[in-house]
Design a protein around this ligand. Structure first.
Ligand SMILES: [Zn+2]
Length: 285
């Protein structure tokens, strides 16, 4: 996967997997057959699998190299994690994601910051690796930047995600809890985008007059550009998520900022443009 430049920043996707995930109606309560009918012609086969009827999802990280930093935004699903409610993700052994990172020229030791848009299983999995029965940070030299609100909600839920992929980072002294508008420097900063989870953040990049923003899970499928009010069943506050999504699409349709999505099918990156009272997503290879 080739890198692309945002001014002096290089951005590259590190893919863990891509394929049919869930049907539209399993994902969005509003996505009835009738509501989906007008979209089949533009969504199939790229964004909607005609054989299974499921939306195509990517699971990926973004590797960001600025003059000063080598950063990962989100860390996918990972290996050996306890995810019994999703058998394909449960105790995975497939380490292709690490190989893809190496193919981009980066070893785990070379990462100096890890950002997580939020702390769900498919966004913080490679935060840690199981070594001799213990969960250790996969990136030994990295600071892991977590929004404090997100960390606290994850700690309160105390699920295996927290115990396997988040707490060990804190215990290793590598976590940095920050506000949802934290700025690492004048090129990289967080933006509060709540709804999917309480402490969800988007990650903004800017260099030499160019901009990009990694959306995390404030949006999951390009069909939501046309239906910004379609909040997936897994958004924790669906009304707030819909308001956040519409505002995000509006502000990006009024700029030439590149949107780096978490789950849209490859190439996953593009621009938002206004269309009628909603939006469209124009992919950029
Ligand atoms: Zn996700």
């Amino acid at each position: 996967m080739h890198g692309r430049r945002i001014g002096d920043i290089e951005v590259r996707r590190i893919l863990e997997m891509e394929g049919p995930f869930r049907t539209p109606s399993d994902t969005f309560a509003d996505a009835t057959d009738e509501a989906m009918a007008p979209h089949l012609s533009w969504m199939e086969p790229h964004a909607l699998c005609p054989d299974t009827g499921k939306l195509i999802f990517t699971f990926q990280s973004y590797l960001v190299r600025s003059r000063h930093h080598t950063i990962l935004i989100d860390t996918c699903i990972g290996c050996d994690k306890t995810i019994p409610y999703f058998p394909e993700w449960h105790e995975r052994r497939d380490r292709a994601w690490l190989a893809n990172l190496a193919a981009a020229g980066v070893e785990p030791e070379g990462i100096d910051y890890v950002f997580c848009s939020h702390l769900h299983v498919d966004h913080c999995g490679w935060n840690t690796s199981l070594v001799d029965g213990r969960w250790l940070p996969t990136f030994p030299n990295a600071k892991y930047v977590f929004a404090k609100d997100e960390y606290e909600a994850s700690a309160a839920a105390d699920t295996p995600v927290f115990r396997e992929s988040v707490l060990p980072v804190m215990e290793a002294g590598q976590a940095q809890l920050v506000a949802t508008d934290f700025a690492l420097d004048d090129e990289i900063w967080l933006q509060s985008t709540p709804g999917h989870t309480a402490g969800h953040v988007a990650v903004n990049l800017s260099s030499n007059g160019r901009g990009a923003v990694m959306s995390g899970d404030l949006i999951h499928s390009p069909v939501q550009c046309l239906h910004p009010d379609w909040s997936p069943r897994f958004d924790s506050d669906k009304d707030l998520a819909a308001r956040t999504r519409r505002r995000f699409l509006e502000e990006n349709s009024e700029s030439d900022r590149l949107v780096l999505t978490a789950h849209f099918p490859s190439p996953s990156i593009g621009q938002v443009v206004a269309k009628d009272d909603a939006f469209r997503f124009l992919y950029e290879e």
